[in-house]
Design a protein around this ligand. Structure first.
Ligand code: HEC
Length: 138
């Protein structure tokens, strides 16, 4: 009984310190709900498709090469760099536990970066695939 109370206290303590953060899996579940609304044929997210999106290089209408890995590097465990050479912390939650824990931040940067690289917004499917890929990295 005492043990149970202790683990309950621990859970409450952890929940308390994390009051404003979500787990990456919750963020992913939210995108699954949106993906189902956007496309009734939605089945699941694919880390493999997310990986392809992460690395895909396209030619921007400005004539420059654009990719997610351009700033976030070829390895999500590595720190990246903005075009102004400002450091970006690693994208993989296994390396950087703060990643994908703030739904508003995640959404803000998807909007900005999808526009920047793809010149359009990303679908919920693409966002979820991308997150599934980051979560698959150990
Ligand atoms: C021009 C540089 C640049 C490119 C290209 C870029 N990003 Fe980012 N990204 C950033 C910066 C800067 C941040 C915010 C700084 C930080 O969180 O460390 C960020 C943060 C993010 C985050 C927030 C993650 C979190 O939980 O903190 C996501 C998601 C993201 N980027 C997705 C993408 C995707 C998808 C692409 C490709 C379509 C992409 N990024 C391309 C610069 C870039």
């Amino acid at each position: 009984m005492n043990k149970m109370i202790n683990s309950l206290a621990l859970i409450l303590l952890l929940a308390g310190t994390n009051a404003y953060a979500a787990a990456p899996i919750e963020v992913l579940n939210d995108y699954a709900a949106t993906a189902r609304k956007e496309n009734s044929a939605f089945k699941e997210f694919s880390a493999q498709r997310g990986e392809a999106l992460y690395h895909a290089e396209r030619i921007h209408s400005k004539g420059t090469k654009a990719s997610c890995s351009g700033c976030h590097t070829g390895n999500p465990k590595n720190p990246g760099q903005t075009r102004a050479h400002k450091q970006i912390e690693p994208m993989a939650p296994s390396t950087n536990p703060q990643r994908l824990t703030d739904p508003a931040k995640v959404e803000k940067w998807f909007s900005r970066n999808c526009q920047d690289v793809l010149e359009r917004t990303c679908t919920a499917q693409e966002k979820g695939d991308f997150i599934a890929y980051l979560l698959s990295i150990k």
